[in-house]
Ligand binder design. Structure first.
Ligand SMILES: Cc1cc2nc3c(=O)[nH]c(=O)nc-3n(C[C@H](O)[C@H](O)[C@H](O)COP(=O)(O)O)c2cc1C
Length: 340
């Protein structure tokens, strides 16, 4: 499949996730074959004001190409200026967030609040399309709430602004991350537009991703909470969708080795102090769902140096973990999502 001029190596995207899809996370996902990765959302206002951390969020030095940078905001002029900065920083695609449900984002007229104001949403998209020569894409939810599900209006009107791709998270803003995503609605969007559509919501196994893709007709699937602590799902999904191959789950030692690689990259990227703190949640997610992992996860809460990481991962290798129970991550990850 293609987004603008870019032919993607697989129809498997890494969903943008605040506090998660940073440079080390995207690097591993791309090594496992993801066709497209996106930064976490960046506030256009903060970027235009020169906020240092926002510049770090669009550091693309470790990324495979193409890579997408996601902007959030409801002011067309500010979004256009921020998009120019994103293009100058070397992004291949700029994505506009029209789905974030977090109150502090909604208050600024950005994220999912744009679903309540399609005129404003189109002004924002038009301004960004006109500001840059790289492709612009948009990520939406199905609407603000059930009574105002306007995904078909949003999709067709946004397509008319000149955007070159759409991602649809199959829930309304009111639904946040629960209950299940509505893939029939995603299929309706796919049928209504001619630009590439990616579907997002509840993809936890390669076979679910394949089934959803076939049933809905979407061009690509987005992996979100399913890859928290389980980046191997990217490899498995790419193998199934690209080659029809089934790749086995990782055994415990390989899972610990993957957590170790992630730790090494995070420490190299952020430095030992900040990196070790940021890694707590990733280690906890990576070890989640195995017998004996609960005790390890409580050790993880006090990790603050690379030596602490070595200790936890050394202990991890010493336990007999049994098989992984993938359920149970939902509540935890949804909670972190709200915090994001
Ligand atoms: C921790 C977390 C952070 C997220 N941050 C973003 C974000 O920055 N931008 C965005 O468009 N969506 C964000 N999302 C939504 C995801 O991209 C995805 O659409 C959603 O989680 C549904 O997919 P899933 O059910 O596979 O998790 C976030 C989700 C989670 C769990």
């Amino acid at each position: 499949m293609k987004i603008g001029p870019y032919r993607l190596s697989s129809p498997v995207y890494v969903a943008p996730m605040a506090g998660v899809t940073d440079a080390p996370f995207r690097k591993i996902a791309r090594e496992f074959g993801a066709g497209l990765a996106c930064t976490e959302m960046i506030s256009s206002e903060a970027l235009v004001r020169g906020h240092r951390e926002s510049f770090r969020l669009m550091d693309l030095g470790w990324d495979d190409r193409p890579v997408s940078v996601q902007l959030m905001g409801g002011d067309a002029n500010v979004m256009a200026e921020a998009a120019r900065m994103v293009a100058d920083a070397g992004a291949d695609i700029v994505d506009i967030n029209m789905g974030c449900p977090v109150p502090k984002v909604v208050k600024t007229s950005g994220g999912s609040s744009l679903l309540r104001d399609p005129d404003r949403a189109c002004r924002v998209a038009t301004a960004v399309v006109e500001a840059v020569s790289i492709p612009v894409t948009v990520k939406i939810r199905l609407g603000w709430d059930f009574a105002s599900r306007n995904y078909l209006e949003m999709a067709t009107r946004l397509e008319a602004t000149g955007i070159q791709g759409l991602a649809v998270h199959g829930r309304t803003r009111s639904q946040r991350y629960d209950p299940w995503a509505d893939w029939r609605a995603i299929a309706e969007v796919k049928a209504a537009v001619s630009i590439p559509v990616a579907g997002s919501g509840d993809l936890r196994t390669p076979s679910e991703a394949l089934q959803r893709k076939l049933e809905s007709g979407v061009d690509a699937v987005m992996l979100g909470r399913g890859i928290l602590g389980n980046l191997w799902l990217v490899r498995q999904t790419v193998a199934l969708l690209n080659e029809g191959e089934t790749v086995a789950d990782l055994g415990w030692a390989d899972q610990v080795a993957l957590v170790r690689r992630h730790c090494d990259l995070v420490v190299a990227y952020y430095g030992p102090e900040r990196g070790s703190r940021l890694l707590r949640k990733f280690i906890a997610w990576g070890l989640h769902g195995f017998r004996g992992a609960a005790r390890l996860r409580s050790m993880v809460q006090s990790v603050s140096t690379p030596d602490d990481i070595d200790r936890v991962l050394g202990e991890a290798l010493a336990i007999d973990p049994g098989a992984r129970i993938p359920e149970g991550e939902l509540a935890e990850t949804a909670a972190s999502c709200e915090a994001a």
